[in-house]
Design a protein around this ligand. Structure first.
Ligand code: ADP
Ligand code: ZN
Ligand code: ZN
Length: 743
């Protein structure tokens, strides 16, 4: 890469600018985003330090005006500087303001509280102190004398009492501290949210051959100074967590720290338990359900070297560790790793950037890797390791696919197929547990046929059309619009409608068929409070219920040995999401759901109900055949130009006036079509999937190109155009790189 974007002098207030520098030939192979560099700056070409926040082949200015950077600054960088550089990179990469980015990476500060919690302790013997006091009084050092006198009387003093009560300045305190007369101590220890919950245990884990192979391979690279990203592809229960923990144990020996990202707060408890049992209280968490105080304390504990491992959802990436050696992203395919608020960063990308900054490796783990990551692993960008079997031959569950069209034909209109009902009854009788799951997510206004299983798709984008209240069907990528047909366009059946079934309805059905069954429900409604996830899961784990009904949150990561049946009520729901990742999500969620059954000694069974038994993501999930799924999915992505076969940028426009928004989006579409970026595909403008929210209207435009650089170039040129006219200030514009969810 020939040019580097650098932010200079991070102590400066005005950070909203980056400067481009030429990268000298001899540094071109070594320089990475995140590194600290020295650059000539300003008129006098003063030497300043800065951070590389981006690299490119193309100059943003006439090349003769671009100065070369002077060199790479070796040695480690303070944690806070790293975080500020990370913010600068987010600002560049995701098009947010610097302020939004800084708010994302830095915690809420609680300065006052910190002051109050300090105290002063006398450090010298009292007789010695009394002699010193006489000396101070003789020399008329009044403040020093006052402070020393109080300390001699009381032994300790709170900081506040010394400064506010005795009117002693911080400088005087500091001078006495320097002279060894007193010591400033933090009065309270930082809060540890898991103190007393778990205990460290001696463990004897002998890794199996594949686990060993992954650990030794990654560790050998690490010791040789090779830093890269690895994908650990292993079915659920194959021991990925054991691999992470072994690597972390070795890493800690070298004085480095680790960050472990998990997709959801709901999984924190059990993950923390396993890490705590192995590493003791040098493990902590960082997530939004901690109180502000607890969160800030974890920030301080990390900064002061009290912990080695931080666990948490994507924001734990901003742990202020000075020397991170590994960043682990478990269940890397989960969409929760992408922020849905500005800056819309992806934790995978941000992790790679942070890793570059502190010389760390990144390890992505999943049973069902994202198509992006697997593509990179296959093309050699990532290292790839596989764990193919469950530990100790606990076998994978037997999966059956039930065709709901046949059920309908044979007169069964219930949401339970005969097979699922039978299997459920059997479990209840044997006192084993079952999980029933409906993969409903976000908006699902699609229309499908219960007779042939086809959903109505956009003829241009191959995603489902969404049904609107006025009876029209719309595409949220390109804006195509049509009427709701009376009969199925594929088979002519009149059983065509939106699909409606929720967790509550399932719960009611179960109780109706099996009045004695004890049912727990877990969905958005029942998990709004801080402890509710844990309460429901703990209750189910203890056998206080026979059936757990829920949305996707029940299929992620939980280990219940007594669960021997998993039922998926309608696998098609996620298949028909109006979004090019619908098949990928369906595959992932079905594979995971099936993986929940039979985690203990008892063999498991999964029943998948669907209207599309022939669809490749359902078939390959039932066979647990990732490779085959990936092959077919890549064909689709290539054909339609979706990531990772191409790069995509979502441009989201919002505003209070529908008319103005329409006009603006059309003008923007026009502007984009006139840009001189060869091969750029402009899709839309169209109404967003959620076209109106709280009286604010939302529209979208998508850009596609086979090459990411072209997308970035188009984005930059568009932004330059937007500065030319004040009309753009009347609406709100957001950029979303490789969007995961329909806006
Ligand atoms: P994953 O993270 O891939 O889902 P886990 O690490 O949770 O898999 O492993 C599943 C179960 O098997 C856990 O209870 C784990 O302790 C156990 N296990 C895996 N590998 C080993 C091993 N080498 N020795 C002992 N127990 C293991
Ligand atoms: Zn039909
Ligand atoms: Zn379309």
């Amino acid at each position: 890469m020939e040019y580097a974007s650098v932010i200079v002098d991070i102590s400066h207030e005005k950070l909203d600018r980056v400067f481009q520098y030429r990268v000298p030939k001899e540094l071109q192979n070594r320089l990475q985003a995140g590194m600290q560099v020295e650059v000539p700056f300003g008129m006098g070409n003063r030497r300043m330090k800065g951070y590389v926040v981006g690299l490119s082949e193309e100059p943003d200015y006439p090349p003769e005006k671009i100065k070369p950077l002077t060199g790479i600054v070796e040695g480690s960088v303070k944690a806070e500087s790293q975080l500020i550089a990370l913010a600068a990179w987010m600002h560049e990469r995701y098009g947010s303001t610097m302020n939004q980015a800084l708010k994302t990476v830095l915690p809420v500060k609680q300065k006052t509280k910190q002051k109050q919690s300090r105290r002063l302790v006398l450090k010298i013997p009292v007789p010695e102190g009394e002699i010193l006091l006489q000396e101070y009084e003789r020399k008329l050092y009044r403040a020093k004398a006052r402070l020393l006198k109080a300390l001699l009387e009381e032994g300790t003093l709170s900081w506040q009492k010394a400064t506010d009560g005795l009117k002693i300045s911080a400088q005087v305190i500091q001078r006495l501290a320097n002279a060894g007369v007193l010591k400033v101590e933090a009065e309270t220890r930082y809060r540890n949210p898991y103190e007393g919950h778990f205990t460290k245990r001696e463990q004897q884990v002998v890794l199996n051959e594949e686990q060993e192979n992954a650990v030794e391979g990654i560790w050998a690279d690490y010791k040789e100074g090779i830093r890269k990203t690895y994908l650990l592809h292993g079915v659920t229960g194959s021991g990925k967590t054991e691999v992470y923990m072994e690597l972390i144990a070795r890493l800690i020996q070298t004085g480095r720290q680790a960050v472990v990202l998990i997709p959801e707060i709901a999984l924190t408890f059990q993950t923390v338990r396993r890490f705590y049992e192995r590493f003791g209280d040098r493990v902590s968490v960082m997530h939004s359900r901690l109180s502000d105080g607890e969160r800030y304390d974890q920030f301080l504990r990390a900064k002061e070297g009290e912990i080695d491992v931080i666990i948490g959802p994507r924001s734990a990436l901003f742990a202020p560790f000075p020397k991170i050696g590994m960043i682990i992203i478990d269940e890397e395919h989960e969409s929760s790793y992408k922020s849905e608020t500005v800056p819309r960063y992806h934790a995978r990308e941000a992790a790679v950037f942070r890793a570059g900054m502190c010389g760390a490796s990144v390890i992505l783990g999943s049973a069902t890797p994202s198509v992006e990551s697997y593509y990179r692993a296959k093309t050699g960008v990532y290292g790839l390791y596989r764990l193919s079997g469950r530990y100790k031959d606990a076998c994978l569950p037997k999966v059956s696919i039930i065709d709901l069209r046949t059920e309908l034909k044979e007169g069964n209109r219930s949401i339970f197929s005969r097979k699922l009902r039978e299997a459920l009854g059997e479990r209840l009788q044997k006192r084993q547990q079952a999980m029933l799951f409906i993969n409903r997510r976000g908006l699902s206004g699609f229309v499908s046929c219960r007779s042939c299983g086809e959903a109505i798709l956009c003829p241009h984008c191959d995603v489902t059309l969404s049904l609107h209240n006025d009876g029209s069907l719309k595409c949220h990528y390109c804006g195509y619009e049509t009427h709701m047909p009376k009969t199925c366009p594929s088979c002519g059946s009149k059983y065509i409608s939106g699909f409606r079934a929720g967790t509550q309805q399932i719960e009611r059905e179960v109780v109706k068929i099996f009045p004695k069954a004890r049912v727990l429900r877990m969905d958005y409604d029942t998990t709004r409070t801080k402890e509710s996830y844990e309460q429901i899961l703990t209750a189910f784990g203890k056998g206080e219920a026979d059936v757990l009904v829920g949305t996707q949150m029940i299929v992620k990561g939980h280990d219940f040995p007594n669960v021997t049946l998993v039922g998926v009520l309608a696998a098609d729901l996620s298949l028909y999401a109006p979004d090019y990742r619908a098949s990928e999500r369906t595959f992932q969620i079905l594979t995971q759901a099936a993986g929940r059954a039979g985690r203990g000694a008892l063999p498991g069974e999964a029943v998948i109900q669907t209207y599309r038994p022939e669809h490749y993501s359902i078939r390959t999930a039932a066979e647990q055949d990732y490779e085959n799924f990936f092959r077919q999915e890549m064909l689709y992505r290539k054909m339609l130009g979706y990531p990772p076969a191409a790069s995509m940028l979502g441009i989201y426009l919002t505003g209070p006036s529908e008319e103005l928004l329409k006009e603006c989006s059309e003008r923007m579409g026009h502007l984009l079509r006139q840009l001189l970026v060869e091969g750029l595909v402009v899709v839309g403008p169209a109404a967003a999937a959620l076209a109106r929210k709280n009286d604010v209207y939302r529209r979208v435009i998508y850009l596609k190109h086979s090459c990411e650089a072209a997308i970035l170039k188009a984005e930059k040129e568009l932004q330059r155009e937007l500065e030319q006219d004040t009309i753009w200030q009347k609406i709100y514009i957001q950029f979303d790189h490789n969007p995961l969810n329909a806006f």
